[in-house]
Design a protein around this ligand. Structure first.
Ligand SMILES: O=C(O)CCC(=O)C(=O)O
Ligand SMILES: [Fe+2]
Length: 356
């Protein structure tokens, strides 16, 4: 059986799209990292401008209490109008969340040469490296990341030969908690889409989205202090590929989403909340009703920002398509693996390539 890691690793990249900048030794934004308003992007121009929306245009991503009696409606409405929301009362202990963040910080604060011991292989998907979307842009991002799919023991051993267990245990526990939270949210969304209990079982088994089958990836992101944040991008505009993403952002601002007709809107961190956003596969499953949102991260001048994203998806061999009961499918069905491969090659155009 193919794994998520194999599906992502099927497009080998050059080293300039794997090795991050040596941020410790840089005091000025190099030309390779200066983004102008018209960066040559292989995707739609409208997402590449740097400025964010004027202050008075800002409205905020909803904050949803998962224990609210009308939670299905709240989650559904937020998905439809924003494609993104904060959740509170999510049941994930703040100790675990803080622990993941501090282990991520510990990793990124290692000397550059040391971090390179866990460098992602050219045909690989896991380990230390720049964002996978990097080859689609002519400029590089002010970002370094560490990707985990399943066990991270091999890479952690390279980083901490005598004491890797703690890091691995925290990452494992966090992935388990994220998986069950994502499944819980997934069920709320299916209810909102009017899927009956019987249909729900069918959807869950056909698409293998039950938490015991599902696959996931954990992405640790680091955006070091940036000498010229107004001309740099932390993580370029993108949509997430799988069903749902659950993001922990540290206390530091940086996440923004693109709103049609408005522009880039900041999503400041809400203490104790996790950010949830719809990914492409859920957009497909909902037959286009739930939007997959373009989002990006910008760096700060004097604060090193860390975020932790958990991507939840079905096993890569399973087939995803619009739910059977939804009339007039606008997308064809395909395997998750096939979709990831389309996304690796065509990024934002992948969805239009499977339109019927
Ligand atoms: O750092 C953030 O706020 C966004 C991270 C993100 O979008 C991702 O990892 O896909
Ligand atoms: Fe993302």
């Amino acid at each position: 059986m193919a794994t998520l890691s194999e599906a992502y690793g099927d497009s080998p990249l050059g080293l300039q799209h794997i090795i991050p900048l040596d941020f410790d030794s840089i005091h000025e934004l190099p030309d390779s990292h200066i983004w102008s308003d018209h960066v040559n992007d292989h995707d739609s121009e409208k997402y590449t401008h740097l400025k964010h929306a004027p202050k008075n245009e800002e409205s905020s991503v909803p904050i949803i209490d998962l224990s609210a009696p009308n939670v299905v409606e709240l989650v559904g409405n937020a998905c439809e109008t924003w494609g993104m929301f904060h959740v509170i009362n999510h049941g994930v202990s703040s100790i675990l969340v803080n622990n993941v963040e501090s282990h991520a910080r510990q990793l990124f604060s290692l000397p550059t040469q040391h971090k390179l011991k866990a460098l992602r292989a050219p045909g690989g998907a896991t380990g230390y490296g720049v964002a996978r979307i990097s080859p689609f842009f002519s400029k590089l991002m002010w970002h370094e990341g560490f990707t985990i799919m399943g066990s991270t023991v091999e890479h952690a051993k390279e980083l901490w030969p005598h004491g890797y267990e703690d890091f691995c245990n925290v990452m494992d526990n966090y992935q388990k908690r994220m998986k069950s939270l994502a499944y819980q949210i997934m069920l709320l969304i299916l209810k909102f889409l009017d899927i009956t209990k019987e249909e729900e079982e069918e959807v869950i088994s056909v698409s293998s989205i039950h938490e015991s089958d599902a696959d996931g990836a954990l992405q640790l992101n680091s955006y070091p202090c940036c000498p010229d944040p107004n001309r740099a991008i932390g993580l370029a505009p993108h949509t997430d590929s799988l069903l749902l993403t659950i993001l922990h952002q540290s206390e530091t601002k940086g996440l923004q989403i693109h709103r049609n007709g408005v522009g880039w809107v900041p999503v400041p961190p809400v203490s104790g909340a996790l950010v949830v956003n719809i990914g492409d596969l859920l957009h497909i499953l909902s037959n286009g009703r739930l939007p997959t949102v373009y989002h990006r991260a910008v760096p700060n001048q004097d604060r090193h920002r860390v975020s932790v994203a958990y991507f939840y998806g079905p096993p890569v061999e399973s087939i995803i398509g619009p739910l059977n009961k939804l009339p007039s499918p606008i997308y064809r069905s395909l395997t998750v693996k096939e979709y990831i491969s389309l996304k690796n090659k065509h990024r934002g155009k992948a969805l239009s390539l499977i339109k019927i």
